[in-house]
Design a binder for this molecule. Structure first.
Ligand code: ZN
Length: 272
């Protein structure tokens, strides 16, 4: 089975190298290429962490990216001025969407000041991915990353395709409610595991309630065309993550969740 990783990060040094090692990986281009070969991952969607000014950013082969909008990459006091830069990204084939980082940055994605960003997403017909759920830093604020923020945004921008990253972890029920109501919201299943599981069986035993809850919420939506496999690389171990996703998604939906949905939503050029 071919796989698209619909959510990874591609940054080197410090924190990124440490979490890669904790996941049983090495944070290098060569190791990522080997890992992709090993698991038949044919493409990956990088959630950008580079400044918006880097309009010529390059990623290794088989990776596309979403241009990241958070306080470290974007100046929220100069939105209008940065629209030409955003447009420059969106014009590129390798840029397949926009990624918002609410929670880490203090803003609601539905604020009217962001309308120009959504206009560009619509113009270029590229999805808007949104961080939802828990965060990796204590200074983040969860009120901005609750899945419910997608409801307001999806209603305000009915022609924009949204991707709820991490399916609002651990607010899976809220995430599904938002998706039930808004057909223009999909979700990626990344970032739910971290590190390398020392003992997979023990993990599923210990976390039975959590895993069953997630699995149950997926069945409630009854629409596997709106969930995508993603790892949040280098946060989690690839093999573990594939097994985990197979555990929570019924086999008849694997083709859609592991490959087809990401191909349809992000439309990476090399796969079209
Ligand atoms: Zn991520």
């Amino acid at each position: 089975m071919k796989i698209i990783d619909a959510h990874l990060h591609f940054e080197q040094g410090g924190y990124w190298d440490v979490i890669a090692e904790e996941a049983g990986h090495v944070n290098t281009v060569a190791h990522l290429a080997d890992t992709y070969k090993e698991h038949n991952v044919v493409h990956g969607i990088v959630m950008g962490n580079k400044p918006i000014t880097e309009t010529d950013c390059e990623y290794p082969q088989h990776l596309s990216y979403c241009v990241g909008i958070g306080h470290q990459t974007f100046d929220f006091n100069r939105i209008e001025e940065q629209m030409p830069l955003l447009e420059e990204h969106l014009r590129r084939d390798t840029c397949v969407g926009i990624k918002f980082y609410p929670g880490y940055s203090y803003f609601y994605i539905y604020e009217s000041r962001f309308d120009p960003i959504y206009e560009l997403a619509e113009k270029y017909n590229k999805p808007v991915a949104v961080h939802t759920g828990l965060t990796a830093t204590d200074t983040a604020l969860l009120k901005y990353s609750h899945p419910m923020v997608l409801d307001d945004a999806a209603v305000r921008h009915p022609h924009v395709q949204f991707v709820m990253c991490h399916m609002g972890e651990p607010w899976f029920m809220d995430a599904v409610a938002v998706m039930m109501k808004n057909q223009n919201v999909a979700a990626d299943l990344s970032g739910i595991l971290a590190g390398k599981l020392p003992d997979e069986e023990a993990f599923y035993r210990k976390n039975a309630y959590f895993v069953e809850q997630l699995k149950g919420q997926l069945t409630i939506l009854q629409d596997y065309l709106r969930f995508m496999f993603g790892t949040d690389w280098p946060l989690a171990n690839y093999g573990d993550y594939i097994n985990f996703t197979k555990h929570i998604v019924p086999e008849e939906a694997w083709e859609a969740v592991f490959y087809e949905n990401a191909k349809r939503i992000y439309r990476p050029k090399e796969l079209l």
